[in-house]
Design a protein around this ligand. Sequence first.
Ligand code: MRU
Length: 351
Amino acid sequence: MNDIDFDRYDRIRPIRWTGDALELLDQRRLPFHVEYVRCEDSDAVAAAIHALTVRGAPAIGIAAAWGAVLAARDIQADDGAAALALLEPALQRLNAARPTAVNLAWALARMRRTLAAAGADWRAVIAAEAQAIADEDLAANRRMGALGAALIVPGSGVLTHCNTGSLATAGFGTALGVIRAGVAQGRIDQVYAGETRPWLQGARLTVWELQQDGIAPTLIADAAASHLMKSGRVQWVIVGADRICANGDTANKIGTYQLAIAARHHGVRFMVAAPSSTVDMATPSGDSIEIEERDPGELFGVGGVRTAAEQVGAWNPVFDVTPHDLIDAIVTERGVIERPDPQAMRAAFPG
Ligand code: MRU
């Protein structure tokens, strides 16, 4: 199979560190407006994470790490341990911005550990750590892309959900990284993307992102997924993850669980691609994951135009949990876990 030309298939960067501010590609404005929001303090970063200006599990972890660097500008301390004590309230506000994607807590825990061990040069040390988190994410995605693509038979069609690409990560993407690699190697002939109601990450972000990189996707309504699978046009559903538990249960964007059920019914294989920073061996199963519920108002309209009658009630959970026995493969940068279960997860992530 061909080598992957990473630059050709990966041109977008959602997070830019300027040295004194964090610039975030405003994902609420895409695809018609490509604008960066400038964050000059950590609370602006926390607000941007909560508002989905920046989104996607790895991207919010990276943004939070840079948020910690911004928070450090407001304090004076002789060493990292003293700085950590002063920074803790800002770190907790960043951590509270969104609950489900473990990458946010993971990145902040890593920043805390780094600070605790740092000396007088702690400012430089945490800036280097935030950059390392971003660099390692990009490298992990490229590795996952190659590992995941190798599972796909040439000539396949794939369906993806939400946005898991460069926009959701440091670059290349998780599930979309596997898809980019699969297209580059001639394994994937057709990419279908579900709209991903209510926030339309698929319709607004994924198809735009693929277009930027010269890949022509086919958009479908979320409700068309089972019909597509029945047609025989897709061999894999490939999704990312916001948290993978110790038994392999996986939290991801709402709608993922029903795709996994439909895939099993139709003999379509189901792949989860995520970096090891998304694996949470401290959470035993999906029952223990906090599922973010957002403003029901997100369901009442599209693009600012109200579509639901006034005064209706709504429930807006934005993630769901796919049980591990519906997953054929979990792909991380450390390797492929086929038919994940507690034993296979322990073997891959011994702790
Ligand atoms: O609410 P979002 O848009 O942040 O949700 C993102 C997803 O669910 C992605 O599929 C997940 O983070 C994996 S992305 C690399």
